[in-house]
Structures are given as structure tokens and as C-alpha cells.
Design a protein around this ligand. Structure first.
Ligand SMILES: *[C@@H]1O[C@H](CO)[C@@H](O)[C@H](O)[C@H]1NC(C)=O
Ligand SMILES: *[C@@H]1O[C@H](CO)[C@@H](O)[C@H](O)[C@H]1NC(C)=O
Ligand SMILES: *[C@@H]1O[C@H](CO)[C@@H](O)[C@H](O)[C@H]1NC(C)=O
Length: 441
């Protein structure tokens, strides 16, 4: 009796803690420079930074700090103190808290799962730690004073350039772009495969010091030429932490902000199971036999408006693949969609999409891995590895006699010998024997 009450109490306590954990809002740290963006007395909701701030305040608890503050620690004990960092432009290269706000602490923040949104400005600085972080992941923004220019696409306000859908690199985050007069920098990027650029300069664009318009354009005086300059770049680390950089606050589209703060394009692997086709009720066996038929099933959900919904692959290049490998993949197959299912057996809500791979274990024994490795730009990565042993046929599992096609000849030969011997005996006794007695009569 007492034990029952105690268990009920524990269950209640757990429900309350889980509910409380869900209510805790995400925390966001916004770093800015009051000379450029005064965020302390409220912001103008009609400008880009003001819109960003109102989007952030609707999402979570926002803390505002200045780069000049002497406490810019992003860690609390060993854990990250904020879920997201928003880094606005600064007028100075240095920060107030040199000991805690370093490129290394920013990298640790990302390794701890935090997301970072970095806003550039062609008339402002990027503080040193932020610049070092960007350079480390392979983004090289143009220095202060440099601006993306294009004499063939002059913007409506004279000093800027026009950016439209032709500047958009096809991606799943931002689907349309129209900026009448873009006034901002551009970045060069490295070949880092976790980076994916979103907005590129047109063929006739270049990035140069806007104050020195009379200096001839040379390799030294320009930062980028043509398509090699990018105005918005996104990055997703292997732990699914997200970083985005934009050359100006004009490019802060709500979609990009949502993506960076992990409100969209987030996937979750709800379940992974495998079984023999002959015994589907026994899930996740440790041992398979060579040439057995295997069913490998996964369920994938996507976060939409704060809820998990089934993630259905719409096009060919986004298909999920399974590899069955021992050093090299012996099988690599596209997974077949099965349909929406529920990830929880006691819940009828269909919140996940099931995919199936149905294949034959190779005729090779050893330790194999079911490997799911799904990396598509813009979607969070899915990775799963399961080790299984593939064994030889046991002594009594080999085929016997007539089941072996090669044996047909020999079995038939044995039969033929028996039949031939019988025919011979019949022939010898009744047919072949000459009737000698009649001849002598
Ligand atoms: C912010 O508001 C306070 C009080 O209303 C005022 O004293 C201060 O000057 C304001 N700061 C700026 C930069 O407008
Ligand atoms: C579903 O309900 C059954 C019986 O009520 C329980 O034993 C089982 O643990 C539940 N499963 C989950 C995933 O909650
Ligand atoms: C798996 O593939 C085998 C052979 O192609 C087929 O006979 C079997 O019906 C398939 N099983 C499922 C569950 O699709």
C-alpha cells in the first residue's frame, strides 16, 4: 500500500518536472553596440533589427548586452548559459570581456549545441573573436568599408545594389528574395562541406572599398569578384548546431532566423528497428545468418510549429539510404516510404513517417553495421549505427541431396544404375536367355 502511494507520488513528481522543463523558455543573448543599435530603450519595429528583436522576444527570453560589458560569459558551470546567440555589428574590434568572450569560447558554445546568428554591416566591425570563429568555419567576410557593388544592378537608393531571386542559391531555407537596395558586405567561403551559401553576388558584382570609387579595381583592392562573393551563408555543425552569417541586417528574413534558432527543418529519428523477415516479431536480433532476408525500419519526424509531424521525403535527392557495411558497404539501398505511423504505442496521433529497407544479407560472415547517415543541406542530420553479427550456415542448415542442383546428376546416376541393374536382371532371367532345349529337340 505504502509502496503504491510512493510510486504514485514519484510518477506525479516526474510529470510535474517534465511539464516544468517544457515551460522553460529558450534563452537568447543579443550582443550589440549602443552606438549602432540602441536596444535598451526598445526598438523601432519598422527596421530590420527591430523586427528581429520582436521575433526573438516572441520566441524566448532575450538578454541584451553590449560588447563593451565586462561580463560576456556564455557558459554557466560546464553548460551553455543561453540557447542562442545573436551577434549584431559593433563599432570596435575589441570586446569588454577579453577573458570569457573568445573564439574558443564561441566554438565551445557551438560544440555545446548553441546556435549563433551573426549580422554583418559594411560600415561596422566584426569583433575579433567573431571574425576568428567565422574564419575557422570557412567564412571570410569583407572588412569594414567594403561593400558589394554592381554597376549593372544599381539599387533604387543609389548606393546599394538590387538583389532578387537570381541571386538566390536554391536551398530549403529561403525561397524568395527581393531587396531593392542592398548595402552590405560579402564573404568569400572555403570548401567546407558543412557550409552552404544562400545568397550570391551576380556575375557583374564585386566587393571593394566604397569610399575609394576612383581607385582602379585590381586583385588587391577587391575582396570578391562575381559569383565568388556571398551575402548570406549558413553552416550546420555535426552536432546539428547552426550558424548563419548575413552581410547586412537587410537579409535577416524571418525564415532564416527561424532556421538558425532551430524552429524549422529539424528532424528526429523516432525509432530504428531491424528484424528477420521470417520472424518479424523478434526485433533487433544480434545475429543474422548469411543470405537471410532482413527488414530495417525507421521512423522520422519533423518539427513544424513546435510539434512533431511525419517527415515525408518529396523528391529523389532527399531519399533516405541504408548501408549494410563491414568496412565497405555490401548493400546500399534507398529506403521505401511506408506511411505515417505513431511513435508511441499508446498514442494514436500519427507523428512520424516510417521507411523500410528490405534486403538480403550478403553471403559473407562477420560483424556488420546497419548505418543510416543522412546529411542534406539545411536539414538536421540523422545518424545511427547498429552492430550485428552475420554467421555462417550451421551444420544442419546446409541444403541436402535433391535441393542441391549440382547433385541432380549424381543422384540421377545412382537411380539409373539401380534401374539399369533391374532391367539387366529381368533381361537376363526372362528375355535374353536363349531357349536351348527347344533347339536340341
Ligand atoms: C533611455 O531611456 C532612459 C530613460 O527613459 C533615458 O534616460 C536614456 O537617455 C535613454 N537612452 C537613449 C540612448 O535614448
Ligand atoms: C503503453 O501502455 C502499456 C499498458 O498500459 C504499458 O505497459 C506500456 O509501458 C506503455 N508504453 C509506453 C511507451 O508508454
Ligand atoms: C521483401 O523482399 C522479398 C523479396 O524481394 C519479398 O518476397 C518480401 O515480400 C518483401 N517483404 C516486405 C515486407 O516487403
Amino acid at each position: 500500500m505504502l509502496k503504491g502511494i510512493w510510486n504514485a507520488f514519484i510518477a506525479l513528481f516526474m510529470i510535474v518536472t517534465i511539464a516544468a522543463a517544457n515551460i522553460i523558455p529558450e534563452s537568447i543573448l543579443v550582443l550589440s553596440d549602443e552606438k549602432l543599435n540602441n536596444l535598451v530603450n526598445g526598438t523601432d519595429p519598422t527596421n530590420n533589427v527591430g523586427r528581429l528583436i520582436s521575433q526573438l522576444t516572441s520566441k524566448g527570453e532575450v538578454t541584451f548586452k553590449q560588447y563593451s560589458d565586462d561580463n560576456l560569459e556564455v557558459f554557466f558551470g560546464g553548460d551553455i548559459k543561453y540557447d542562442h546567440l545573436v551577434l549584431l555589428p559593433s563599432s570596435k574590434k575589441t570586446v569588454g570581456d577579453k577573458a570569457h568572450f573568445t573564439a574558443q569560447s564561441l566554438k565551445d558554445f557551438i560544440n555545446g549545441g548553441g546556435n549563433v546568428l551573426i549580422v554583418g554591416d559594411c560600415d561596422a566591425q566584426q569583433p575579433e573573436p567573431i571574425k576568428a570563429l567565422l574564419n575557422d568555419i570557412g567564412i571570410y567576410p569583407s572588412p569594414k568599408g567594403y561593400q558589394l557593388l554592381d554597376h549593372f544592378n544599381v539599387g533604387s537608393e543609389g548606393s546599394g545594389i538590387k538583389l532578387d531571386n537570381s541571386n538566390l542559391i536554391s536551398n530549403r531555407i529561403v525561397d524568395s528574395l527581393l531587396i531593392d537596395s542592398y548595402k552590405g558586405g560579402a564573404a568569400l567561403i572555403s570548401g567546407n562541406e558543412l557550409l552552404f551559401p544562400l545568397v550570391k553576388g551576380s556575375k557583374t558584382s564585386f566587393t571593394a572599398d566604397s569610399k575609394k570609387a576612383d581607385v582602379p579595381l585590381t586583385q588587391e583592392s577587391a575582396w570578391t569578384f562575381g559569383n565568388q562573393g556571398f551575402a548570406a551563408v549558413a553552416f550546420q555543425a555535426l552536432n546539428n548546431a547552426r550558424i548563419s552569417w548575413v552581410g547586412s541586417s537587410q537579409l535577416l528574413s524571418p525564415q532564416l532566423v527561424l532556421w538558425t534558432l532551430k524552429d524549422r527543418d529539424v528532424l528526429k529519428l523516432q525509432f530504428v528497428t531491424h528484424s528477420k523477415e521470417s520472424a518479424p516479431e523478434k526485433v533487433d536480433p544480434k545475429i543474422y545468418r548469411v543470405t537471410e532476408q532482413v527488414l530495417y525500419t525507421i521512423g522520422v519526424s519533423e518539427l513544424v510549429d513546435g510539434k512533431w509531424v511525419p517527415f515525408e521525403v518529396k523528391n529523389e535527392e532527399d531519399k533516405l539510404q541504408l548501408s549494410f557495411k563491414m568496412l565497405d558497404p555490401y548493400q546500399r539501398i534507398n529506403m521505401q516510404p511506408l506511411g505515417p505511423v505513431s511513435s508511441n504505442e499508446n498514442d494514436s496521433r500519427l507523428d512520424t513517417y516510417a521507411y523500410l529497407a528490405n534486403f538480403t544479407v550478403p553471403d559473407h560472415h562477420g560483424v556488420f553495421t546497419f548505418e543510416l547517415d543522412y546529411k542534406r543541406p539545411g536539414l538536421s542530420y540523422l545518424m545511427d549505427n547498429r552492430l550485428v553479427t552475420v554467421r555462417h550456415l550451421a551444420n544442419d542448415e546446409f541444403k541436402r541431396s535433391w535441393e542441391i542442383t549440382n547433385a541432380w546428376l549424381y543422384v540421377a546416376c545412382a537411380g539409373i544404375v539401380v534401374v539399369a541393374w533391374c532391367l539387366f536382371v529381368i533381361n537376363f532371367i526372362y528375355i535374353g536367355k536363349p531357349n536351348t532345349s527347344k533347339k536340341h529337340q
